[in-house]
Write a protein that binds this ligand. Sequence first.
Ligand code: PEP
Ligand code: MG
Length: 319
Amino acid sequence: ERERLARLRHTPAITLDGERIELLANIEMPDDAPGAFKAGAAGVGLFRSEFLFMGRQGHLPDEEEQYQAYRRAVLGMEGLPVTIRTVDVGADKPLDRATKDEAHLNPALGLRAIRWSLADPAMFRTQLRAILRAAVHGPVNLLIPMLAHGSEIRQTLSLIDFARAELDNRGVAHGAVQLGAMIEVPAAALTVRMFLRYFDFLSIGTNDLIQYTLAIDRADESVAHLYDPLHPAVLRLLADTIAECRAQGKGVSVCGEMAGDVQFTRLLLGLGLRSFSMHPAQILAVKQEVLRADAGKLAAWAQQVLTTEDPAALLLAKG
Ligand code: PEP
Ligand code: MG
């Protein structure tokens, strides 16, 4: 089976009815990039930059260290696009600095991701400058996690402008980036039109979108049986987000675990998804599903899955 999959490495990911599907890699460290490239990824759909920040006893990476790391990731992908997500610490990814200071009762609902970044604008601009500088070396997409409010979007965009101006003032080279937002909070999924006024593309973080839609802590084993990617509410938010992006000609991908789980490939194709980002080890298995799929037929079937009370049963029946 492994060998059979390995032969798919250079096969383009195209459905039976000719839809080209983008299969991207999720990475955690710059040195993961060459492996993602070798696995046949069409780019990095999610570089979780927080792994550069974690476990450092409060000593955060400075602009130069971050720039070198992002540059290494960009060079490692040899000209393919790299989507760098700004730091997403807090909740399931604690920074020791944050946990030491205060114990929060509901860390997933607290100061995490973009909230954490906006609480320390100088630190955030340091990261933004490093990413903008790395964009000189290849195509870079800048992705912002966990946005929910229009005010957060506007603050973020003005800090990006500020970071660019700082580099200009210092005479330091920086590159153009595509700007993206993660859709991980139901409030964001329900206001996708607002997001599309500001962003070039969206990336749906189903790990958190499921957690926040169903009020299930993604790290709590005692409620793991209720963590259901196929809950009709989750599917509705996914379907509408994908449809709105497509209607406006904007890029949309899924970068949560759902994207790398072959159980869900056909459903996501049927919902109109054409870009999937996953652990590099999953790329060939998902590609195999894509090669066997007829996206047109799956679209009609997916509409049924969306309206049934028991989507899992229809999924097992395989459309
Ligand atoms: C997600 O929430 O689906 C996601 C991709 O982000 P993370 O798992 O890093 O929170
Ligand atoms: Mg997330």
